[in-house]
Design a protein around this ligand. Structure first.
Ligand code: SF4
Ligand code: SF4
Length: 181
């Protein structure tokens, strides 16, 4: 059965557009303006979908995983061996690093012979998918269960987080070890 082109509704709306002449009231536009104002007033008293961030913060899910941490082992040494798998896996290409060889006497700082001299995450690119954590064979990076968000900044450079912001503080690593013992 042939379908008339006029009966096809691309938007899914039932109301057909017509070219009939406007009535006196329609030409006044007053009714349409009042209708529009009533819709605005109705929304004015509804519960707002937006919040005044950063003064107000939404309630986080108990399983929310936020900012990354580069983990230390139970002796306080950095786990990351700069293998680059996290950077390779990252869909947003947010991770960059520079590997370095561990020198004699640095065994207490880095767990493996190779470590990340520079490790950076561009937080403007990151989509917090957690794939870097999944890819890491050394249990070195994870997204923290915390209510900490990446704070707003004025400069783009301030969103590039280096090891100073990412590596777990030594005292936290030591406290974790004590808890396990
Ligand atoms: S959480 Fe996802 S997007 Fe962010 S750095 Fe890791 S892999 Fe990349
Ligand atoms: S965080 Fe893990 S995956 Fe990424 S470079 Fe370090 S060891 Fe490799």
């Amino acid at each position: 059965m042939a379908t008339s082109i006029q009966n096809i509704s691309l938007s899914g709306k039932k109301k057909q557009v017509s070219n009939k002449e406007m009535t006196f009231w329609e030409r006044l536009y007053l009714v349409a303006i009042i209708k529009g104002l009533l819709i605005t007033i109705k929304h004015f008293f509804r519960k707002k979908a937006t919040i005044h961030y950063p003064e107000q913060v939404r309630e986080f899910s108990p399983v929310y995983r936020g900012k990354h941490t580069l983990k230390r082992d139970e002796q306080g040494r950095e786990n990351c061996t700069a293998c680059g798998l996290c950077a390779l896996t990252c869909p947003a290409e947010a991770i960059t690093m520079k590997a370095a060889e561990r020198k004699k006497g640095e065994e207490h700082l880095y767990r493996e012979e190779k470590y990340a001299e520079i490790y950076e995450i561009n937080m403007l690119r990151c989509i917090f998918c957690g794939l870097c954590e999944e890819a890491c064979p050394k249990d070195a990076i994870y997204l923290t269960i915390s209510k900490e968000l990446v704070p707003a900044q004025y400069d783009r450079e301030d969103f590039i987080y280096g090891k100073d912001k990412l590596v777990m503080p030594l005292e936290v690593a030591m406290a974790n070890t004590q808890k396990l013992n």
